[in-house]
Ligand binder design. Structure first.
Ligand code: ADP
Ligand code: MG
Length: 720
């Protein structure tokens, strides 16, 4: 057998159990032990300082210099006591991962440990290596990171990590967190006036987020033996084990021991970091799993998801495992997503997406429900762009969960509530009438919870008391899609409030005014609602008739970022300006090109240097065999047929790889980045990837298993 494949398979056999232990059997004893949160601040700071700091955090205000000094001193003392020597500003650059620049507390001149307030509040990492989409020219390659007190400091890998935003010297956002925080303010500002129509006490609305994270786990040695996984994060070749998932039912259903140990281990680490993972683990496909923390305020949930992915990667390593966060590591198996469960919760504790038994609250619920549907309808392309990436295209573009068409699923109960409200448009409400009863919204049946989650094919589903944006890719930073969702919700809520106001000024009573606006919005946004099978071809046709977009490829889906209307939307809500949006467009196109380029190169290398030579070697064996048979005067038909089949695939593989290289060469001369990216999508990926894979996977079937150089699917996917 090919040596690397063989060696790696032997390594898997020799894996031993890894020991690890929880600090205590009670999770509450150590939950958040590595986090410098409010409770630790309260212990460590003078009451007057604590009051200032906690209030500033709650209101999202700046913390003054002297308080920052006190926080720094307290955080340092806490960290040193835990054996920590370094601190870092922890931020989320537009590369998609997290970045750090470590500094030591130790001051070599003074020979003491120091941590000044100024070092907590601001830092200047050498930012030139982070993508900026042309915002910073090289002579002004400076950026700075600034403390985000709303997300607590934590200790990770023996370093005190300070969550920060990352901006250019001229103030443009170079990261994911800055626009997310601004979008939170925007949606709150737009939602509060509507809430106040129902309850004057509401002063703030917070978006909440619960992230269901899917991932694959394979053995580390097998990962290292697949150049495509290492370089591109996914297998570009590999024949499906016995027709994919359906037939493998008997293989899975119970989680393999090694993975179980890994899960238990990373759960403990998550709890230490204050990440509220609940013990829910499903196996979705062979080798695929899911983890979901309980929902939190959106900024924290986002940081926690980034941290969780980082931490899982490190814990897996200790177990001889590799976690794959790629959206489609294995063809023919489920892809991985990251369901974003999103809701809006008032500072009075009301979830605005929670149906209730009180008719009044139900009207409020319906208002926010309808506003969200309308927002998705009006700005579907912005949502689509927010989840676009080269890797996610393998889910969204293909016949898989969920489709590239953005639609909203409500479930039959709510659908009929909205239909009735729309139909009853002409019902006259008289003074003294029970309007709610007359419109059929006095009570929304409780079955909603059971009724809503059936449809797994929808990219954006209402699931009982929250919306679930399911089209988000498993490797994505959720700040991108959540910023988009907050912004479009803010826009619609703001317009809605203006419309309600206008109705009231026209002489309608408040409730009637609201209902009139709801009816209009329900009618206007009806086309985006879809309850059927999102994977079906009928839906693609139907969606086209309805005029809904179906953008299957990233560079095309990103066009909307350059639209004037998008810039004015983001500017209006003070989330991103035109320059920042343009930079993001550029960075994401660059990223797309790079990803497709890498995949295409890996494909070429594997085909030319591994697969074709192996196939020829095996072919020679067959030729020898055929000649031998003939020499004995026997029929060599079977051997000769196989030889010619193999020849056919070798030729096609080689021709296509060479033609693909040629297509790349042409495109690399294209100076317009939009055209280049679109070309990579159509002339490289669409034109060649499937064809090349087809021949390579056929050869895997023909060539003697002993000869085959690449670790096979069945070897990677079924861990013990
Ligand atoms: P499933 O989608 O598999 O049915 P759950 O209903 O348990 O799973 O919830 C999935 C995620 O949604 C969890 O992270 C949960 O904390 C989160 N969630 C529940 N309620 C809300 C809410 N009001 N806002 C945001 N997220 C929520
Ligand atoms: Mg879900």
């Amino acid at each position: 057998m090919a040596t690397l494949r063989q060696k790696s398979l032997m390594m898997v056999q020799s894996r031993e159990d890894v020991s690890f232990a929880a600090p205590s059997t009670k999770i509450s004893d150590y939950f958040g032990s590595e986090v410098f949160g409010l409770s630790k601040m309260k212990e460590a700071l003078a009451p007057s300082v604590y009051k200032k700091v906690s209030e500033a955090i709650e209101k999202g205000q700046k913390i003054d210099t002297s308080s920052a000094e006190e926080v720094a001193t307290a955080a340092k003392a806490w960290a040193l006591e835990k054996g920590v020597t370094h601190y870092t500003h922890w931020f989320q650059p537009l590369t998609g991962s997290t970045a750090e620049k470590h500094d030591t507390f130790f001051d070599a001149h003074a020979r003491i440990e120091r941590f000044k307030g100024s070092a907590l509040v601001q830092q200047e990492p050498d930012a030139s290596s982070f993508p900026n989409g042309g915002i910073r020219t090289t002579f002004e390659a400076r950026g700075y990171t600034a403390w985000d007190p709303s997300s607590p400091m934590f200790i990770f890998e023996n370093t005190l990590c300070i969550p920060t935003i990352f901006v250019s010297y001229t103030g443009e956002a170079l990261d994911y967190k800055t626009p997310l925080l601004k979008s939170v303010d925007a949606v709150s500002a737009a939602a509060v006036p509507i809430c106040q129509l129902f309850d004057r006490n509401v002063k703030k609305v917070n978006p909440s987020l619960g992230v269901e994270q899917e991932y694959f786990v394979i053995d580390k040695a097998l990962y290292a033996a697949r150049p495509d996984l290492v370089m591109a994060g996914r297998t570009v070749f590999g024949h499906n084990p016995a027709r994919g998932q359906q037939l493998d039912d008997h293989y899975f259903g119970s989680i393999p021991g090694r993975v179980k140990a890994f899960m238990k281990h990373f759960e403990i680490e998550a709890w230490k970091l204050g990440i509220p993972v609940s013990t829910r683990h499903n196996e979705v496909a062979p080798g695929q799993f899911e983890v979901a923390p309980v929902f939190e305020e959106i900024n924290k949930a986002t940081d926690h998801n980034q941290l969780l992915m980082d931490m899982m990667d490190k814990v897996a390593d200790q177990h001889g495992l590799k976690v794959l966060f790629h959206e489609k590591p294995f063809a023919g198996l489920n892809g991985s997503g990251k369901h974003n469960n999103w809701s809006l919760i008032t500072d009075t504790g009301v979830n605005l997406f929670q149906p209730s038994n009180s008719a009044r609250e139900n009207l409020q619920f319906l208002t926010f429900l309808v506003a969200t549907i309308k927002a998705v309808y009006d700005h579907a392309d912005i949502l689509r762009a927010s989840i676009a990436s080269a890797a996610n295209d393998f889910r969204l573009g293909a016949n898989e969960a969920p489709p590239a068409i953005i639609s909203v699923f409500l479930g039959s109960t709510l659908t009929s509530v909205l239909d009735e409200l729309e139909k009853n448009g002409n019902i006259k409400i008289e003074k003294g009438d029970n309007m709610y009863m007359k419109l059929g919204i006095n009570k929304i049946p409780e079955i909603i919870l059971d009724n809503t989650d059936r449809n797994r094919t929808s990219p954006f589903a209402f699931t009982g008391n929250k919306f679930e944006f399911r089209a988000v890719g498993s490797s994505a930073n959720v700040a991108g899609p959540m910023t988009a969702l907050n912004v479009i919700a803010a826009e619609t809520l703001q317009n809605m409030y203006a419309d309600i106001k206008a109705e009231m000024e026209g002489g309608n009573e408040k409730k009637i005014a609201i209902v009139n606006v709801l009816r209009k919005y329900i009618k206007d946004s009806k086309k985006v609602r879809f309850e059927g099978d999102g994977y079906s071809e009928e839906w693609a046709n139907e969606a086209e008739k309805r005029g809904l977009s179906n953008l299957k490829s990233t560079p095309f889906a990103l066009d909307i970022l350059e639209a004037k209307s998008t810039a004015s939307l983001y500017e209006k809500h003070n989330v991103l300006n035109a320059t920042e949006l343009h930079a993001r467009h550029e960075i994401r196109l660059e990223n797309y090109i790079m990803k497709v380029q890498i995949e295409s190169r890996v494909m070429g290398d594997l085909a030319l240097n591994h697969i074709i030579p192996t196939a020829i070697q095996y072919q020679n064996k067959l030729i020898e065999n055929a000649n031998g048979l003939k020499g004995l005067g026997l029929d060599a038909k079977a051997a000769i047929e196989t030889v010619s089949e193999i020849s056919k695939h070798i030729e096609s593989l080689k021709d296509n790889v060479l033609a693909m290289i040629d297509a790349r060469r042409k495109l690399n001369k294209e100076e317009d980045i939009v055209k280049r990216a679109k070309g990579y999508s159509t002339d490289v990926k669409d034109a060649f990837f499937d064809k090349i894979r087809y021949s390579a996977d056929k050869l895997e079937l023909f060539v003697d298993d002993e000869f085959w150089p690449l670790v096979k699917y069945r070897e990677m996917l079924f861990l013990r």
